[in-house]
Write a protein that binds this ligand. Sequence first.
Ligand code: FBP
Length: 335
Amino acid sequence: MSTDNNIRPIITFAQHVIEQQRGHPTATGQFSWLLSGITLATKIIESYVRRAGIVDVLGTTGDSNVQGELVQKLDMIANETIKQCLGYRGNVGILVSEEDDEPRIIKDAGGDGRYIVLFDPLDGSSNIDVNVSIGTIFSVLQTRDDVWPGEGPEKHILQPGIKQMAAGYVVYGSSTVLAYTTGDGVHMFTLNPDIGAFVLHRERITMPTEGKMYSVNEAYEASFPDGVRKYLAAAKNENYTQRYIGSLVADFHRTLLRGGVFLYPPTANAPGGKLRLLYEANPMAFLAEQAGGAATDGSQRILEKEPFELHQRTPLIIGSQQEVEKVHQYLNDSG
Ligand code: FBP
């Protein structure tokens, strides 16, 4: 048997999480067990996404979700898959999904249920049927010690983004890529279909501090705040380029690697912003900051926002530090 000396050692996601946990004296392996539930679920979702045209998963279910959106079949499959894979982990006590009105309280899984997982099972729903990149977004919190039995789950769930223990996303694009943080840098993995494992390809990613690229749905420009409109006008004068995929997970992935800024400002249709704080803005903000970028709602740091509702929305300005500061400059100057 020939020995191929230049076989590059591979580091799988599971190995990486265990390595990261070594830095935590109190680590018990519970966390990596939890995160392995997320990777299992996203591998199953990926297998449906890859075969979307040849298995009956395109189109809608005919139902609407709590957001008032038509539920796509793949949304539902992704939602059920994640709930199943995390439901029996034993250390997950509460599941919060973009697709479900109420949180799912898991009592029967044994274990201590200390973790809360909040997720957008399939982000970029409008792109599912047209084969454009979509993704899964997740955020992990720990249950609070100061909640009395009998008090509702909200007190556990409605914690500011700075309390996140982990956050990440999987983008189902030309390849399937996972990015995550536990507060010790942002690390990226590609799913190797030959071995069925997420393999490390970049560690400690830093977002470029600046980038002449903005990403926003300009169709709504007329109802953007003045400051945003002035920023966009200036950017065009300074030869910026524009990219907008319409899937937050894909637009953020590009911004993380290439720099620039993604904006979903308040609009006439969505005066409070469109994107959801708990399972879209918070996880992306944690990743952005861990990569040296920034994320605000136009006035406040996203991670410091005190949530008051499960599916609350927020404006989002996220990306390279200098670009986010620039948008703020225009917002402040426009009063
Ligand atoms: P969901 O698909 O999970 O509902 O997410 C919302 C979203 O699709 C984001 O991914 C994306 O950034 C945004 O809405 C696009 O909105 P619009 O079509 O208004 O530009």
